[in-house]
Design a protein around this ligand. Structure first.
Ligand code: WTA
Length: 635
């Protein structure tokens, strides 16, 4: 019997050592005993980080939805798979059983097939947090289509870029979405995006907010009537282990977003196994992850990981502040949530409200609290521990990335002693290391440097869609034979890891990764702007906020700066989305540059952080004189 469920620290170390010593045997046992395969593999792992090429369970055949759905029907057919909590608490919630989910996924799969979607085709899913989002994802997986979910808060430009990058054939969307007391015109955004997307042949529209929208004849179809006519049963397409399961875009330091490609078997095994252990999931638990399925956290830990384990997973459509800041606690009480997984930015926003609201709710069902997406600061950690967990539910500060597919460094609740702001120990099978800037590994404890991973784990992304070279350059070129994470980290005296933040030009705002380049590109489209540079600065709730330095083509004196700031944020909203709006915009006569013309963000970052005591040597800059002006006029 493999150790599918780790229950104490000694066992963790023992299994960890085994997973490092004999990774193939270890993962083979897990895969063999806990999943449904149509055909077994010939080879557990082959890999070469220099190409890079990574293959897990080669030769195996399966369908991930048979693992998420079919195999539970006999024993858990009536158990709730998805528990849907709508934006408005007065609207009735929905308990979707495993059998009902199976039927809805099959119906959706038939509709997609009837629209001409075939194995390997890409389908873009631009849907809010309603059950159809999970159903659409699973339906794609069932017929072997590659889903590309785009967070339904992205703008039309961001959407069209993503649709075009992977030539999606079909888009699934809704008439609109609810967000607190607001509605968002999703279909309008899709219509605008599709003006630039030739690959899209049809659009399936879910009725959610019952708004007036335009339907383009021959292209747009209401989904419900099509579903009503579709059979509730259906065979799953047999997929190869390394067939792509989905594409999910993440921001890079430069250029357009990177379409990370995840494949089938390894992703399934790793997300299911991590879910079981990181949340210490037990059969009658009610698990809630507050992320949006538009991000990797939702893919792996709302949909695939929980469903593979036959869990009950909550999907929440709304926001933590609606109808008031007690909403999360209301949901915890209502469903007796056992595991609660959220982001530091949400914790900080809720902590700001004090404890009056939280004390009105019964949170005694909680056993495990999770945190993900950015470093959790000590204050937020303690607030979470004291007020939500009442110091009895361990906090799982889980570090991972879109690229890693699943959780990589994390405590296991009731197993690993926690330490505020530390993600603690590597998960089973994960071999992290800390490197210095010269490419040397920093061995031993009490070291600080850049976080890399030495050995493949089953759910590592296999490539960037359409650009394998960029995959190699971004992740496998900085350090020889290592996966480079882009994060800084330290290892303390007992070997615990603490993630210190990004070391590249990605800024994490409210848990969303934002590359500086696409925002700067957007700003530079403004006719009055000559150039711009974006940096992050600390923010109480968002973790980081954006500070923009903008140089105008003509001296800005004659322009109204208030209006210009509005226009700049408007352009950013259109090109990237409202999450990328700047908190501060400083107009500058010039930007500090190296002699080769590269903007020195390091200096701009320090000025934004109001830490100008040690700017380093600026005499080698092309234009050192501009630095003092920028400091004098800093916001
Ligand atoms: C950051 C989200 C510190 C990190 C799953 C990483 C974290 C990036 C943590 C990936 C954590 C995520 N502590 N930093 N527990 N979790 N990060 O792709 O910088 O949206 O590289 O994946 O978030 O963000 P992504």
């Amino acid at each position: 019997m493999s150790n599918y469920h780790i229950k104490h620290l000694e066992e963790y170390y023992q299994i960890y050592r085994k997973s490092i010593r004999e990774p193939e045997n270890f993962w083979e046992e897990i895969a063999e005993e806990h999943f449904l395969w149509r055909k077994k593999w010939n080879n557990v792992l082959s890999w070469d980080f220099s190409k890079p090429e990574i293959k897990w369970f080669e030769g195996a055949e399966l369908n991930i939805t048979e693992n998420c759905l079919d195999r539970h029907l006999a024993t858990r057919g009536d158990k709730t798979a998805i528990l849907f909590e709508p934006n408005n608490p007065d609207e009735t919630s929905e308990h979707i059983s495993y059998r009902q989910l199976y039927e809805r996924v099959n119906q959706m799969a038939h509709v997609l097939k009837n629209q001409g979607v075939k194995k390997g085709d890409r389908v873009c899913i631009y849907v809010p947090m309603i059950p159809e989002l999970a159903v659409s994802i699973l339906a794609c997986a069932r017929i072997g289509a590659i889903h590309s979910v785009v967070f339904a808060g992205f703008s039309s430009k961001a959407l069209s870029t993503r649709i075009n990058d992977s030539d999606c054939k079909l888009v699934i969307t809704a008439d609109g979405s609810y967000r607190g007391d607001k509605t968002i015109d999703l279909k309008g955004i899709v219509d605008e995006a599709l003006n630039d997307c030739d690959s899209v042949k049809s659009v399936l529209v879910i009725k959610r907010i019952h708004s007036e929208i335009t339907m383009k004849a021959g292209r747009d179809f209401w989904l419900q009537p099509l579903l009503d006519n579709a059979p509730k049963d259906g065979k799953a397409e047999i997929m190869k282990a390394e067939d792509p399961l989905f594409i999910l875009y993440t921001s890079g330091s430069t250029g357009k977003p990177k379409g990370m490609v995840h494949t089938t078997a390894g992703y399934m095994v790793y997300t299911a196994y991590t879910f079981k252990n990181v949340f210490q999931y037990k059969e009658n638990d009610v698990y809630w992850c507050t992320a949006d399925i538009g991000w990797i956290t939702g893919h792996s830990y709302i949909v695939y990981g929980p469903l593979c384990n036959g869990a009950t997973t909550v999907m929440f459509e709304g926001v933590p502040s609606y109808p008031d800041f007690g909403r999360f606690w209301d949901i915890v009480q209502k469903y007796k949530i056992t595991q609660f997984y959220t982001a530091p930015t949400a914790i900080r926003a809720l902590a700001k409200q004090g404890t009056e609201l939280i004390e009105q709710y019964d949170l005694s069902s909680l056993k495990v609290l999770g945190s993900v997406g950015e470093p959790i600061n000590e204050e937020a950690w303690h607030w979470y521990n004291d007020n939500v967990g009442k110091r009895k539910s361990p906090i799982i500060d889980s570090w991972w990335q879109t690229e890693t597919g699943g959780i990589m460094i994390t405590p296991l609740p009731y197993v690993t002693p926690t330490k505020p702001t530390y993600a603690t120990l590597p998960f089973i099978g994960v071999q992290p290391c800390i490197m210095d800037e010269n490419g040397e590994e920093l061995k031993g404890n009490q070291v600080d440097g850049r976080l890399c991973i030495k050995f493949p784990w089953p759910s590592i992304a296999r490539t960037i869609w359409g650009n394998h070279q960029r995959y190699k350059d971004t992740y496998f070129s900085a350090y020889k034979n290592m996966y480079f994470t882009g994060d800084g980290a330290l290892r303390d005296e007992v070997g615990y890891y603490r993630i210190t933040g990004r070391v590249d030009d990605v800024i994490i705002v409210s848990g969303h990764n934002l590359g500086t380049a696409p925002i700067e590109d957007a700003i530079n489209e403004h006719p009055a702007v000559s150039e711009s540079a974006i940096v992050g600065f600390p923010h109480d709730i968002k973790g980081n906020a954006l500070y923009g330095y903008v140089t105008l083509k003509e001296s800005g004196e004659s322009r109204d700066h208030t209006n210009l700031r509005k226009e700049i944020n408007q352009i950013i909203t259109e090109h990237v989305g409202p999450i990328a709006k700047l908190d501060k915009i400083q107009f500058t006569a010039g930007l500090p540059k190296t002699r080769s013309g590269k903007i020195m963000r390091r200096i701009l970052r320090k000025i934004a952080e109001k830490d100008t005591s040690n700017l380093g040597d600026i005499s080698t800059l092309l234009n050192p004189e501009c630095v003092q002006d920028i400091i004098d006029e800093a916001l």
